[in-house]
Design a protein around this ligand. Structure first.
Ligand code: CAO
Length: 450
């Protein structure tokens, strides 16, 4: 057997500890350069770790669930036979002394060593590419991975689609996470030949089916002085996610006000007693949201095809505004934490977000998100749901308002709530009950004990 070479995770931008969700090859498989070995899924994108050269996978060093970062070892690959590979001997700097002279075109002695026979490569092979013995990392273009820009499909499927002249952006992916399989491409072609377009996957899976006119191309400089600033990576990634969520989820926003006069008095008292931690209204909102999620489980759910997956845990995402854009770290098991513990953790994750130290793991597994603009201002807004969650709570700035008590107007501190929900899962009555209950809990925190 020829010397085994390593396949490692290439540059995947700032993502770290990205979980493996799928093994695309097995030991013994023949792979082509750039063919996917494993699929990684961060909270922002699904990406494949490509084979750096043609060869046969001899050992997979990872399993589903492992968390990988740039440089992690994924597999050991026996490079393809010398005749098909790069002229190794012609690169003196990297050449190692050969143990025995062998003709350059000699095939690797796979059969002679009774290695398992390679499984056939799924799609027709791409043009031979010279492989390098030093297995240089294949650069990942984070932009090319943005959902909505490039459909999720393996290089083999992309090649297959190219050969058939199929635009993958038109194809609905039926595989896990909306990935497009070879069968999806075949189904698309069949439907096209039959005179119709292939149906798009519904609920939770598949891509958007918007048939939009192109984005206007304007020479702004014609109308006055301009300056062009590149979007940050976070802005590009969150923008792509927001656009998909806005386009694919039928959003409705329910507004309500909570009377937090008593809550605010208690919050101030708590702050005076605990100077080491900043207790803002947000921690009360996290606790109240958990109580409402418990009472109305459909809000603590995700669509998965035709199923609604109900979660028995309470991980709350918090939208954090950073100089580079919006990120949503997750506070885990908020139901098991007290107000002060939540306040500490909120301070920590906000600082981590602003210092750009959040990892993918910090932003995964959320059940429900809260976006608070209360520290800034405004009276209401319509937050965009953080898919695959089904609802998000927007919070605006509290204000003293006259509230009719049946006889007089009382001055009460009112907190505006804006709950956006996925109308495929939640109907308007349920949303109104959810916000009413939230307001009740915030109005009388003793309800948290019920
Ligand atoms: N009404 C009135 N005052 C409020 C309030 C509200 N609803 N919410 C917070 N405040 C006050 C706080 O008590 C604090 O006052 P003091 O400084 O006097 O103690 C001040 O506003 C600033 O609070 P904060 O913003 O630092 O803290 P927070 O816990 O409320 O929020 C965080 C933390 C990380 C969520 C916030 O800093 C942030 O990034 N918000 C922006 C989120 C965002 O961009 N959402 C939009 C996304 S698009 O959907």
């Amino acid at each position: 057997m020829a010397e085994l070479k390593e396949a490692r995770v290439p540059d995947i931008g700032a993502d770290k500890d990205v979980p493996v969700i799928e093994l695309l090859v097995q030991p013994g498989d023949a792979v082509k350069k750039d063919q996917g070995l494993v699929t990684l899924e961060s909270d922002k994108a699904t990406m494949e770790v490509p084979a750096p050269f043609d060869g046969i996978v001899r050992e997979l060093k990872v399993k589903v669930g492992d968390e990988l970062s740039e440089g992690s070892l994924v597999a050991l690959i026996e490079p393809a036979a010398a005749g098909a590979a790069a002229p190794v001997a012609a690169k003196p700097a990297e050449a190692k002394p050969a143990p025995a002279p062998a003709p350059a075109a000699a095939p690797a002695p796979v059969a002679a060593k009774a290695e398992p026979a390679p499984r056939p490569v799924a799609a027709s092979a791409p043009a031979p590419v010279a492989s390098s013995p030093s297995t240089p990392p294949v650069a990942f273009d984070a932009d090319a991975l943005l959902p909505g820009k490039v459909p999720h499909a393996s290089p083999a499927v992309r090649l297959f689609a190219r050969e058939l002249g199929v635009d993958l952006a038109q194809v609905a992916g039926s595989a896990r996470g909306g990935r497009i399989s070879k069968e999806d491409v075949q189904a698309f072609v069949k439907a096209a030949l039959a005179g119709g377009a292939a149906p798009r996957a519904a609920g939770g899976g598949g891509g958007g089916g918007l048939d939009l006119i192109p984005w206007p191309k304007v020479d702004f400089a014609k109308f006055g002085a301009v300056e062009s600033q590149p979007l940050s990576r976070i802005q590009k990634l969150s923008g792509a996610n927001l656009a998909r969520n806005w386009a694919m989820i039928p959003h409705v926003t329910q507004f309500d006000d909570a009377d937090i006069t008593e809550m605010e008095a208690f919050r101030k008292k708590l702050g005076e007693e605990n100077k080491d931690v900043k207790v803002t209204p947000l921690v009360f909102l996290i606790k109240a949201a958990v109580a409402a999620l418990r009472k109305y489980p459909a809000f603590n759910a995700s669509l998965d095809g035709d199923n609604l997956v109900l979660k028995k845990y309470f991980h709350i995402g918090i939208a954090v505004d950073t100089p580079d854009g919006l990120v949503v770290p997750v506070i885990r098991d908020a139901d098991r934490k007290g107000l002060l513990e939540l306040a500490r953790e909120l301070g920590e994750i906000s600082a981590k977000a602003r210092d750009k130290k959040l990892t993918s793991a910090d932003m995964q597994g959320g059940c429900f998100s809260i976006s608070s603009l209360g520290g800034i201002g405004g009276t209401a807004f319509t937050p965009i749901i953080n898919a695959p969650e089904v609802a998000i709570l927007g919070v605006s700035r509290s204000a003293m308002k006259p509230v009719w008590n049946g006889k007089d107007f009382d001055a009460r501190l009112m907190l505006p709530l804006s709950l956006s929900y996925d109308h495929r899962v939640i109907d308007g009555a349920a949303a109104a009950r959810f916000t009413s209950y939230l307001a009740q809990v915030l109005g009388d925190l003793r309800r948290l004990l019920l």
